[in-house]
Design a protein around this ligand. Sequence first.
Ligand code: DP6
Length: 346
Amino acid sequence: MISVRAPSNIALIKYMGKRDSGKNIPENPSISMTLDALCTVAELTPSSGKGIQWVPELPQVSGLPLVVPALKDEGIGKVVRHLERVRSMAKEIFPQFGLGFQESGFVLKTANTFPPSSGIASSASSFAAMTLAAAAGFARDLEVFDRVWNSEARLRRALARVSRQGSGSSCRSFDGPWVFWELEDAVPVQASGMPEMAHFVILVKTDPKRVSSSEAHSLVRTSPLWDGRVERVETRTRLMMAALEAGDLVGVARIAWSEAWEMHSLFHTCAEPFSYWEPGTIDGLHWFAPMIRESSPPIVTLDAGPNIHVIVEKKFREEWRDRLKGHFAGNVILEDQQGKGASLIR
Ligand code: DP6
């Protein structure tokens, strides 16, 4: 049996708009922070024949509060197609790393440490976990695979590229804590000046999304604000890289704030306007806005949903927990920290 875990990630510069939707090639670069405990666990059991199956059962990994995702037929089809993609790409890629490939069939179980629609990108962690688990399953020798996985950054890059084709943002869950993704490749960011960070999500609403992020990727192109978007994000990305390298928290927080507002403005102004914001989202944003002037401001961002992500220095975690619990007394708040990316559980 093979078990892996892969964390979700939260983008500060957003992947929104695809240049190639078949391969999930983004229009613009993005930058994210990899999470740690908010993750997907995937467990693979070899079976006879070459068939690949996903079953809605709990993996056996102990010690984690796991929830099995409720996939519909369409979702299961997407998973199985992705696992077939991993099979054919593993065959191609493995020889470059001295890894033997073996044909095999298996049964895959996956589960998340967070509930559905909780403001955590489950497709990012799920596709990263499934890609790593399946690749390990196609390796002739698991020990050798594990050794190469831990020593060869190029293998991470290669599997991140395969994972990206299943769900774009999953390619940023193979490394950490800071990851830059452009076109086909996701790589770690030099962020030597950054302190260790903690992460909170204020859950405003946990209903399933009315507009999926896949639909959002194509709708944003119809907004009048799409003009110049790619150039603006490229500039923002350069500034963000410099701010991360310098550990300039004020810079990181300001850039992330503008970027989150810009992505949501694209949603609000496209040809069929829609919004993920709830009254609680707007109240929260009002509350956070003046904090941008603080000397160690919170990094506030929103994914394609109503929930508010807050990243703060880990050394101030307790103070922030109290502050957030005090203001958002009626909301569930999830808590995590920066992480290192997908790994095998041995
Ligand atoms: C708003 O990776 O979910 O979270 O490639 O279609 O699977 P697909 O899209 P997905 O898009 C994530 C969009 C986002 C921003 C981000 O994570 O960068």
